[in-house]
Design a protein around this ligand. Structure first.
Ligand SMILES: [Zn+2]
Length: 597
């Protein structure tokens, strides 16, 4: 058993609406599988995230509804907290970016960068709407890409060639809000000096051998074209710029993306303050032995493999201009940026605005959380874009969860409950018995090695292969034919139940809800897999109440090793752990989808 400190830094969902299953397949479920495994293996995990609540889309939604941006953020924060808790995602703290704590930490990072000379002021051309006089944010300007000629490029980025853009460079720019041509006027901003980190970022990426190759290649390619990037925006919704002549200005704020990534640190600090040991976050951020894994979809790699590491390097005084760490002291860079590809939906890209979407809360109204968690683990977009289809979801659920794992649990425990009423006392074990138990207990090594490297698809496939071995053993030994030999029958059933106990451990990171049920079906008491809970808190500094996700995960019994079952433990006839899905759900769901899109 090891006791490494592991930070699981999970991408911050933007507070513009409920989460869909494409979102949670990228950042949500993989980060939770990883964290649950690491806790079972004895490591000290701190899993943090929250809702990202600043930026233009929130202000546009607020204007459209005639409410304040904070009202939009409050509503969606609460919805998203419900979505993620429903999936059983075991955050130590899921908070938000509109807390006083987050603002203070974001301003400290800005000031640390400024002190070391990595942010500097510059006058640029910013777009305004001629009809309203208001600032027009980059992503609300559309035009032709100056690099590849694509005619749907946004002011911040071209989705066709992937280049970061400046709206003033777009050919024929128009406002997406009202179609008018923006006017460009001079505006003063603070810039992050990204070129000053080219060498430090390159050196760091050069040591990142364990990353998924596509993520590492993408990150290295980003270094070829580093330009200073605006740290601030013309907007009245966001974190104030902590400088004498800027702090009180109502038209300038820190850029939403630059404060969102600071959230990993601010949430860790908030968690420590709530835990009663305000310095506790340092074990995950400053210990040289600590590791930090960042989980996200591939559209966010640039902010986690370039921008956030540059902010950290600058704060530490480790770019070309040198310097010294800010008041927190030097902070650790990511160990690994674990990025998933995209999940499509019946062949189309998920899009809330085009209503190509399955919301998490709708899904959880009709299906079990573990059924979705399993699909994402076994068939999700770990290494390539992957399509979600209802037919495949149903097939995986019925053939693998119900007929594979559920059936092994159900028939073994039923037979033991009916014939013995308890975990049977085994006699001498045969070679076949010992072979199976060697396989199931040995799998903690193989599956754990894969989970430690975030090869989750291979890990769940290996766990399910072991379930298949146990099912084959049960069919071969056929304890239902051993009425005349109860001693041998009991040895077979004991072996099957011990194999189930082991398989349940192997599957616990993927299927935490089912794992708790199987634990109880085997006569176990107390909590095996701890579920997250929602707690209403007040902000530490300004007293505004909001919901956070947290949990006492160290109180669970789940461990990453074979746990012996005890003969004589009473057993009841089991209820099915998984629900078989009727063929009709495929058509029903497709009809819902067609009506929606
Ligand atoms: Zn382009």
């Amino acid at each position: 058993m090891s006791d490494r400190h592991i930070l699981t830094a999970v991408a911050w969902p933007y507070a513009n609406g409920p989460r869909h299953i494409g979102h949670v397949s990228g950042f949500g479920v993989p980060s939770d599988v990883f964290s649950r495994y690491q806790r079972m293996a004895g490591n000290k995990v701190l899993m943090v995230s929250g809702t990202d609540e600043h930026g233009t889309p929130i202000t546009v939604a607020a204007d459209a509804e005639g409410v304040s941006p904070q009202e939009i953020a409050d509503r969606n924060n609460r919805i998203i907290v419900g979505d993620l808790t429903g999936l059983g995602l075991s955050y130590d703290l899921f908070t938000r970016t509109t807390t006083a704590n987050h603002a203070a930490v974001s301003q400290e990072i800005f000031l640390g960068l400024l002190k070391n000379g990595y942010v500097f002021p510059q006058t640029t051309l910013g777009a305004i709407s001629p009809s309203t006089g208001r600032t027009l944010p980059d992503r609300y300007i559309e035009g032709t890409c100056p690099i590849c000629g694509y005619d749907g490029a946004r002011g911040d980025q071209c989705d066709n060639c992937g280049n970061q853009l400046d709206p003033v460079d777009l050919v024929n720019p128009v406002s997406k809000i009202n179609g008018e041509t923006p006017r460009f006027v001079e505006s003063e901003h603070w810039f992050l000096d990204l070129p000053a980190f080219a060498k430090a970022l390159g050196d760091w990426l050069g040591t990142r051998k364990s990353w998924r190759p596509n993520v590492l290649n993408f990150s290295v390619n980003l270094l070829e074209d580093l330009k200073p990037r605006s740290y601030t925006r013309d907007i009245d919704w966001g974190i104030r710029i902590p400088l004498p002549d800027w702090r009180d200005r109502d038209d300038k704020r820190i850029y939403v993306w630059f404060d969102a990534v600071v959230g990993y640190l601010s949430a860790s600090i908030e968690w420590a303050r709530r835990s009663g040991d305000p310095e506790a976050w340092r074990q995950w951020w400053q210990s040289p032995d600590a590791d930090a894994y960042y989980f996200m979809g591939k559209d966010n790699i640039v902010f986690h493999a370039e921008i956030w590491p540059a902010q950290l390097l600058g704060y530490n005084g480790a770019g070309d201009k040198g310097g010294s760490p800010g008041s927190y002291g030097a902070l650790n860079l990511p160990t690994e940026v674990v990025s998933s590809e995209f999940l499509t939906m019946e062949g189309k890209k998920f899009s809330s605005s085009r209503r190509v979407v399955i919301y998490v809360r709708d899904f959880l109204e009709r299906y079990d959380a573990d059924a979705l968690r399993y699909f994402i683990a076994v068939a999700g977009p770990e290494n390539q874009d992957t399509d979600f289809t209802w037919a495949e979801f149903r097939r995986r659920n019925n053939d693998e969860l119900v007929a594979g794992w559920g059936n092994l649990v159900n028939r073994s425990i039923s037979m033991a409950a009916k014939n013995v009423g308890a975990v049977p006392q085994p006699g001498d074990l045969t070679d076949a018995d010992r072979d199976l138990l060697a396989t199931t207990s040995g799998a903690f090594g193989t599956v754990g090695e894969l989970l430690g490297r975030n090869r989750q698809k291979a890990a769940v496939n290996e766990a399910m292969r072991v379930v298949g071995e146990a099912n084959k053993y049960l069919s071969d030994q056929a304890p239902w034919k051993l009425k005349e030999d109860p001693a041998r029958r009991d040895s077979v059933l004991f072996t099957a139940l011990q194999a189930i106990k082991d398989c349940n451990g192997l599957l616990s990171p993927f299927l935490p809800h089912a794992a708790q049920q199987v634990h109880e079906l085997l006569g176990g008491e107390g909590t095996w897999s701890v579920a997250p809970r929602i707690e209403e808190v007040s902000d530490l500094d300004d007293g505004r109440p909001y919901p956070v996700i947290t949990g006492d995960y160290e109180t669970g019994q789940a461990v990453w090793t074979s746990v012996p079952i005890t003969p004589g433990t009473p057993l009841q006839a089991p209820k099915p752990v998984f629900t078989k899905l009727d063929e009709s759900i495929v058509e029903e769901e497709l009809r819902r989808f067609e009506e929606g899109s």
